[in-house]
Design a protein around this ligand. Structure first.
Ligand code: N01
Length: 487
């Protein structure tokens, strides 16, 4: 039996960040549990061709571990993965991590005041549990008739099979979201034929990506404050744009014009231009960035299929118009279980009910995206209503880490054994979140998206400026919690 004070589940940006901050503040009795074999989380798992971040490198990194050597303004997956591992090495966190350790169940044990964590590598007990599993980690497969009977190669974008050579093959990509628009231009270069199955056209704006020159990297490294100033400028621009695109009509109109110009620039065929023009407001779903997606669709070996998929056969895909397209491989880029993640079924609270059961009737709810009534001593990283469409999640993660570390300082000071957010506080907080979302484009933009749950509520996104989230997480507000110090 492994007993620790704090168990951190997940070795991605959240889990690693939590470990570093705890360690820096003198909390060394923790373990990180991860099902993989190195750091990176989503940036380890998403190895599809073209994988890159839509947030500029200087902002999409820890404020306490700046990297002056980013090779591009928007980093690609291998570089972000290397960065995360470099940071983990710097803080020597490999030795605190149990690899290939899949968490299968976690349950609060009121008697011992501990979380009991079952893994593929034995059982752990911890006084506190930090769940940094990531909201976009459980691949979602499309509910399409016959898909299990396909005899060719088939895999999800987040489980890329790099052993399968797609060169010269007939390939279908299902989906046109953030992952697909990065994959499609890369596949179009090498496959024989590419069928792109679009259910809803996305808005795509130009991507201002470029390599950094050695002079710029020299300046980031050697000129005091230059990298921080660059980061602050990017942060401010993203805050304004993100708020504008989600709330201000003028910005929405400007976004639509820019999106249409991007289509006109990338596609020569009028019918194809019409087919990729969305019929919902910019920003309602995640805005995508690409300079290569539209030109790829315009290639002779690529076909955009807009008729709905009727079924998958052993050898291909049949659409509602009766056309059958035979393929060697299908890439499923259909996103993730976010509001219905199977992870929620394996977190069991004080009355024996899982997070999935508790949220079945209310949708995802937490206090400050972090603590949940009924689940004492548990902290969710990137929990409900903390996601973002247009700026860096690392900023939100660091805000949550402030909140967590402040809690552990209080815990040490007052010897707190049990902490549980009060139900009234959590309820009121979530009413406020929903109120703030009402005027946002995510509500009013006329689209369906993974931002919404089965009730049609947006329980994934933070509704305002991110500095407001930073403000409310600066200090751990003990008054919002029931606590006890007697073990
Ligand atoms: O997934 P998605 P994703 N038949 O859910 C379609 C982050 N991310 O992996 O729009 C046919 O966005 C679905 O169609 P529709 C980022 O936060 C970031 O692409 O629902 N199609 C949609 O086109 C992002 O938002 C980066 O009508 C079906 C697509 O599949 C999140 O991850 C890169 C279907 C799913 O799109 C998820 O992105 C990658 C069906 N049955 C990911 N079911 C960067 O930073 C679904 N679809 C760049």
């Amino acid at each position: 039996m492994n007993v620790v004070k704090i168990a951190i589940i997940g070795a991605g940006f959240s889990g690693l960040g939590a470990a570093i901050k705890l360690q820096q503040n003198g909390f060394d009795d923790f373990v990180i549990l991860d099902r993989g074999s190195d750091f990176g989380g989503t940036w380890r798992d998403n190895t599809y061709p073209g994988a890159a971040c839509d947030v500029p490198s200087h902002l999409y990194s820890y404020s306490f571990a700046l990297n002056p050597s980013w090779s591009r303004s928007f980093s690609q997956q291998p570089e972000i993965h290397r960065y995360i591992n470099h940071v983990a090495d710097k803080y020597d966190l490999g030795s605190k991590t149990k690899w290939n350790t899949e968490v299968t169940n976690t349950a609060w044990d009121e008697k011992s005041g501990q979380w009991v964590i079952d893994t593929s590598n034995g059982q752990f007990r911890a006084d506190f549990m930090i769940a940094g599993v990531g909201p976009l980690c459980e691949p979602k497969l499309p509910d399409v008739k016959g898909i299990e009977g396909f005899t060719g190669e088939i895999f999800h974008s987040a489980r890329w099979n790099s052993d399968y050579d797609l060169k010269g093959k007939r390939v279908a990509v299902i989906g046109t979201g953030a992952s697909a628009v990065q994959i499609i231009p890369e596949l179009a270069k090498k496959v024989g034929r590419l069928d792109v199955y679009q259910r809803t056209a996305p808005w795509i704006l130009p991507r201002a990506d470029r390599p950094y020159s050695s002079a710029e990297n020299w300046a980031f490294k050697n000129i005091p404050g230059y990298q921080r100033a660059t980061r602050a400028t990017i942060y401010a621009a993203h805050e304004l744009v993100s708020f504008g695109l989600t709330h201000a009509p003028n910005m929405l109109a400007a976004g639509k014009i820019a999106g249409k110009q991007n289509i006109a620039k990338g596609i020569s065929d009028k019918k194809l231009r019409a087919a990729v023009t969305p019929n919902w407001k910019v920003g309602c779903k995640r805005i995508l960035l690409s300079n290569t997606y539209y030109p790829a669709l315009d290639q002779d070996n690529v076909e955009l299929v807009t008729d709905p998929i009727k079924e998958v056969t052993a050898t291909g895909i049949v659409t509602a118009d009766g056309v059958a397209r035979e393929v060697d491989a299908i890439v499923v880029a259909t996103g993730f279980h976010v509001t219905d993640s199977p992870v929620f079924e394996h977190i069991i609270g004080k009355d024996g009910r899982s997070l999935a059961q508790v949220w079945e009737s209310t949708g995802m709810q937490a206090y400050k995206g972090t603590t949940v009534n009924g689940f004492p001593n548990m902290f969710l990283m990137v929990g409900p209503s903390t996601g973002l469409g247009h700026t860096s999640m690392v900023y939100m993660i660091e805000s949550q880490l402030n909140y967590l570390v402040d809690y552990f300082k209080l815990q040490r000071q007052y010897d707190i054994a049990r902490v549980e957010v009060r139900p009234d506080v959590q309820r009121e907080y979530n009413v406020g979140i929903q109120e703030n979302l009402k005027s946002s484009v995510w509500e009013t933009g006329g689209c369906a998206s993974w931002y919404k749950d089965a009730f049609g509520n947006i329980t994934t996104l933070w509704p305002g400026f991110t500095f407001n989230y930073r403000r409310i997480t600066r200090k751990f507000d003990l008054a919002a919690y029931d606590t006890s110090s007697a073990r």
